[in-house]
Structures are given as structure tokens and as C-alpha cells.
Write a protein that binds this ligand. Structure first.
Ligand SMILES: [Zn+2]
Length: 119
């Protein structure tokens, strides 16, 4: 990122862009904090994805290890990191295929029908 593109109103110097206008040839955005504007010209209906992602680190960082995890905690705070850790801990384990098949067989028996998909 070009140094003159750093946001002066943000403690992390990251602009917080939102879309002003989107047309068939371009996408125009402005920073909520400082008003800095950026235009992405479209080629074949698509914008330069690398430039877009570079300017939207705030929206794309994810909690976890490494640089992006550190940036995530700086942007969203330790509470958000803890909330994510709780979500990971409490989410249900993915069901096993055999269990899903057994459950489907039970449902078919209950309905009194046979399926050509299930043995
Ligand atoms: Zn800004």
C-alpha cells in the first residue's frame, strides 16, 4: 500500500471503505473515517481483486495465529477474539456419515417407504 493511502483518522491507519457507486465499468468507494476515495476500474466486469483485498484488510482478517490474527485482535479487540474462541470450542462436531445414513434409514422406516437411494 502506498504510504499516502494510509488513513490518518484510524489508529491502525486502515481505511474503512464503503461503496458509493457501482457501475458496469467501475466501483467507487470512500473511507467512512477520512473520506479518502478509491476507484476500481472493471475489466470484463471484474475489478482487480488483489487491490480490493489489500484495501479491505479490515473486512478480511480472521482470528487465529500469525499476522492476520494479530491484526484481527487489534481491529476488533480481545473480546472478539475470546468470543471466537468460545464459538470454536462450543460448535458441534461434524456428524459421521454412518450416523447420518442410519438416521436416514430410520426416517424412511418411520415413513413406511423404501428409497432407491438407500440400501
Ligand atoms: Zn480513511
Amino acid at each position: 500500500m502506498n504510504p499516502d493511502e494510509f488513513c490518518e483518522k484510524d489508529s491502525l491507519h486502515l481505511h474503512n471503505y464503503f461503496t458509493i457507486l457501482e457501475g458496469p465499468g467501475a466501483l467507487k468507494e470512500a473511507c467512512l473515517n477520512c473520506g479518502h476515495r478509491v476507484i476500481y476500474n472493471k475489466r470484463d466486469g471484474k475489478i482487480d481483486n488483489a487491490a480490493y483485498l489489500r484495501n479491505h484488510l479490515r473486512d478480511t482478517v480472521q482470528p487465529g495465529e500469525g499476522k492476520t490474527g494479530k491484526l484481527y485482535s487489534q481491529i476488533y479487540g480481545e473480546d472478539a477474539v475470546k468470543a471466537h474462541a468460545r464459538w470454536v470450542k462450543n460448535r458441534k462436531a461434524k456428524p459421521k456419515l454412518e450416523d447420518v445414513q442410519a438416521e436416514a434409514r430410520d426416517m424412511i422406516k418411520t415413513l413406511g417407504r423404501k428409497s432407491y437411494l438407500m440400501p
